[in-house]
Design a protein around this ligand. Structure first.
Ligand code: ATP
Length: 575
């Protein structure tokens, strides 16, 4: 319940619609009871042939109550739905704000399908929280208290029957149902998450599954997950329908009890017979509203589980939260120096350190390359400087400001980043370039495209999702074009030219280094060519730095770098 309370706090920012929904719900419930009570009284009274003006007043009142009831019902629906949509948007915005700083470590904890099912499905589920869980019981309680109070003027005994019936249908029965509901709901939710996970894996991996002829196996798994989900949904529907039927039976039973006991009271002279039909109508109408309580446990449980799952996604320890609150902005106008001091890092749930005791400095405006075998931790160090992961030991400073105290956004703001895999959005070349800078002109973009040898594209050319219609080298050049437009004083380039031919690679890297001559550049590279012009080369192996120096120094030393270079040359000559 703690999770539900905190999620509700994010949702219930706008309180006006909540108040209006309760008010109109109450007015609608009470006027509906008034309408049917008066109708019952009118029928009984007509049997005694009262004066015509009495009938006229009664008929006019019935009509007035009918119109009021319809209008207030409309008001209730209008405000409750408007409130629900506002709450959902509040929830989505708050959730996004909380999730954003947690990426990419979030993918460490959740598979993407599961995450999607939580962010979309569970948020959607919570739309029922206000509509079916929060305000209907408040309205029901208010309407019932007024009804019981009204009935007391005619018969205390019947008022007591209504009260007992109310307690059973509104509290006792839903509480029993809620107890069994937990298990049913948990199974539906679990199977939905599994189906969503399988489906997203199937879609993402479709091409590879096809090539490796494993499509049928995966389809079977997917069909199995879908069947389980359907079975669980069916079980849930049967459970909900039987709950609804039992609740209706109990409500009708109370109205029969009112009729029977009322008839007895009339026969012993404790109740005027003219009010009997009215009291039965009151009971029937009042218990009509308790039908909503039969779905209350299922929606409460749904909302509770959805909030637990959402809470789990955005959970951060309070220490991290505190640090985030005290963060400052990185303020640099020229290229800063970057110092890494005794940094050790281990990915969550991993047994061994990925980086151990790393120390190096990137002087302001310097050009540094990190080289090393695959898996030695080159990309990881870049991700730590970008504050995408928090490290366990050591410190990283930008211009002597520890990144622990700097906000992620301000670091990214001052950095041009080209990663190994860059994302491209469905749209045009222009849309994909404008992510770097919104006020960039077409001329600037065309110039940059030309510099990265993409002049054959126009800004209006289509880009498919994830850049599917571009070659690997074109995707990398487009990512470099994006970074060039950003014009920030720090450059992080993670194998930005690995899919390009040697000539294009050389031309583009030369151009980038020329543009970045006044900036601090960190380039991760697999290839050991063209490193002569770098100010320093850091050689890594198995998460440790094994050598640092200029190209000439490292070659002269004839150590690890020298050996790597020899191997590369021999592979090149043998190819
Ligand atoms: N999200 C992750 N969770 C757990 N381990 C990871 C994660 N990402 C990378 N690793 C591991 O950390 C180590 C270093 O990875 P990293 O990507 O930094 O290597 P790299 O030197 O950049 O390799 P490459 O040249 O192949 O890109 C590898 O052993 C890798 O398996």
């Amino acid at each position: 319940m703690r999770e539900l309370t905190s999620i509700v706090k994010w949702m219930f920012v706008e309180k006006r619609d909540i108040f209006l929904s309760v008010l109109f719900g109450f007015l609608s419930g009470i006027t509906a009871i008034g309408l049917f009570a008066l109708s019952g009284y009118l029928i009984s009274k007509s049997a005694f042939a009262p004066p015509i003006y009495t009938l006229m007043i009664l008929v006019a009142s019935v009509k007035l109550l009918g119109i009021t009831s319809a209008l207030t019902r409309f008001g209730e629906r209008y405000f409750s739905h408007r409130g629900t949509f506002t709450m959902l948007s509040n929830l989505r915005v708050t959730l996004y704000k909380k999730i954003e700083p947690l990426a990419p470590s979030l993918f460490q904890k959740f598979r993407s399908g599961d995450l999607l099912s939580r962010i979309v499905g569970d948020v959607e589920t919570l739309q029922n929280f206000f509509l079916r869980v929060f305000y209907p019981p408040i309205v029901l309680l208010l309407v019932f208290l007024c009804t019981v109070f009204f009935t007391m003027f005619f018969s205390i005994g019947i008022a007591l029957i209504l009260l007992v019936g109310f307690l059973i249908t509104t509290f006792i029965f839903p509480a029993i149902v809620a107890w069994t509901q937990r298990k049913v709901d948990r199974r539906v939710r679990k199977s939905r998450g599994e189906l969503s996970t399988e489906l997203s894996e199937f879609l993402y991996g479709f091409r590879d599954l096809k090539v490796y002829q494993k499509l049928d196996d995966k389809e079977d798994t997917l069909r199995g997950a879908a069947d389980i989900y359907l079975q669980e949904q069916e079980r849930e529907s049967v459970h909900n329908l039987s709950t609804e039927a039992t609740n209706t039976f109990l409500s009708l039973f109370v109205s029969f009890a009112v009729l029977g006991v009322g008839a007895y009271f009339v026969s012993v002279g404790q109740l005027d017979g003219i009010f009997l039909a009215m009291l039965v109508m009151v009971s029937l109408t009042a218990f009509e509203n308790t039908a909503a309580m039969s779905v209350f446990p299922s929606h409460l449980e749904d909302s509770r589980q959805a909030s637990v799952r959402l809470h789990h996604v955005v959970q951060t320890d309070s220490e991290q939260e505190r640090l985030r609150e005290g963060e400052e902005s990185l303020s640099v106008t020229t290229a800063p120096d970057i110092t890494v001091e005794n940094v050790s890092f281990r990915f969550p749930n991993e047994a061994r350190d990925t980086l151990s005791n790393l120390s190096f400095t990137l002087p302001a405006k310097s050009k540094t390359t990190i080289v090393g075998p695959s898996g030695s931790g080159k990309s990881t160090i870049m991700q730590l400087i970008l504050k995408l992961y928090g490290f366990q030991q050591g410190d990283i400073q930008l211009n002597h400001q520890s990144i622990e105290h700097l906000s992620q956004e301000s670091i990214w703001d001052h950095t041009n980043v080209v990663l190994q895999h860059n994302h491209f959005f469905y749209g045009t070349i222009r849309d994909n370039l404008m992510i770097a800078k919104e006020d960039v002109t077409d001329k600037e973009m065309e110039r940059v495209l030309e510099k990265v040898k993409l002049a054959h594209f126009s800004l209006d050319d289509a880009v498919l999702e994830k850049g599917e219609n571009l070659s690997g080298g074109e995707r990398q050049r487009l990512a470099i074009a994006r970074a060039l437009l950003k014009k920030s004083p720090i450059w992080f380039l993670d194998e930005p030219t690995s899919s390009m031919d040697a000539l294009t690679e050389k031309d583009i890297l030369d151009y980038v280094l020329d543009v970045a001559r006044e900036d601090t550049v960190l380039l991760i590279s697999h290839r050991l060519t063209g490193l002569e012009k770098m100010d320093q080369i850091i050689v890594m192996e198995a998460g440790k730095i094994v050598e640092v120096g200029t190209y000439d120094e490292l070659m002269k030393k004839e150590g690890y770098f020298y050996k790597m270079k020899q191997i590369e040359q021999s592979v090149f000559l043998n190819a």
